[in-house]
Design a protein around this ligand. Structure first.
Ligand code: 5RP
Length: 226
């Protein structure tokens, strides 16, 4: 197995150990969270009793395929634990997410979770956020104006494409990948970007992660301390 895949799988399988009978579990999105969903599928097959909510149509489909029981939001008060990947994790455990375009649902579910366990390969750990272009979900109406506003915050905005077409999120919106280079003050930027009319949500996850598990190419894992 490829070393990066091994790292992603190892981190995700470690995170799945925190899931217990009776929990409501948030299923993340992406190639790392995929392994957590796979592991939870195996665990439910072996008798683990959980109910799950998914952060994307893709993860919901995978959960159904693996026969992980899903539950409607109306039937839950909150979420016990969510396991999700990240594009960058800094020393404060602030994150950039949204590489897979699921940042809005991911943030709604992370915010409603008692625990957000971030699973990542070692390449995702950074000292400062911003090398990865920050994904921002925006409504389609007037998107040209929203792009200009985003640029006024010091980034080069790239409207995300999927082949020849514009990428459309599960919520029917566009994604703009904002090239900042370095993000000096993530908390302030997070608030400022969400104030722009037309912006639905941005991929900065500030103080939401409660645990970060990093996987390595040799299959070992490390839980980060702060
Ligand atoms: O935020 C996400 C999707 O919107 C993913 O968690 C993030 O992009 C990491 O993906 P991967 O595990 O495939 O590297």
């Amino acid at each position: 197995m490829d070393k990066i895949v091994m790292a992603k799988r190892a981190a995700s399988e470690k995170a799945a150990q925190y899931v217990r009978d009776g929990m409501v579990v948030g299923l993340g999105t992406g190639s790392t969270a995929y392994w957590a969903i796979q592991k939870l599928g195996e665990m439910t097959k072996n008798g683990l009793q959980i109910k799950a909510v998914a952060t994307s149509n893709q993860s919901e489909a995978l959960a159904k395929e693996l026969q992980i029981p899903l539950i409607a939001f109306t039937d839950i008060d909150g979420i016990d634990v969510t396991i999700d990947g990240a594009d960058e994790v800094d020393d404060e455990w602030n994150l950039i997410k949204g590489g897979g375009g699921a940042l809005l649902r991911e943030k709604i579910i992370a915010s409603a979770s008692k625990e957000l366990i971030v699973v990542a390969d070692e390449g995702k750990k950074v000292e400062q956020l911003g090398k990865f272009h920050l994904p921002v979900e925006i409504v389609q109406f007037g998107y040209e104006l929203t792009l200009r506003k985003l640029a006024s915050y010091g980034c080069i905005p790239h409207l995300r494409m999927s082949g020849e077409k514009r990428f459309i999120t599960d919520n029917g919106n566009f994604i703009v990948d904002c090239e900042f280079g370095r993000i000096e003050q993530p908390s302030e930027l997070h608030v400022a970007l969400n104030m722009i009319p037309g912006v639905v949500e941005n991929g900065l996850f500030i103080h939401l992660a409660t645990k970060v598990i990093v996987g390595f190419g040799d299959g070992s894992v490390r839980e980060l301390g702060r």
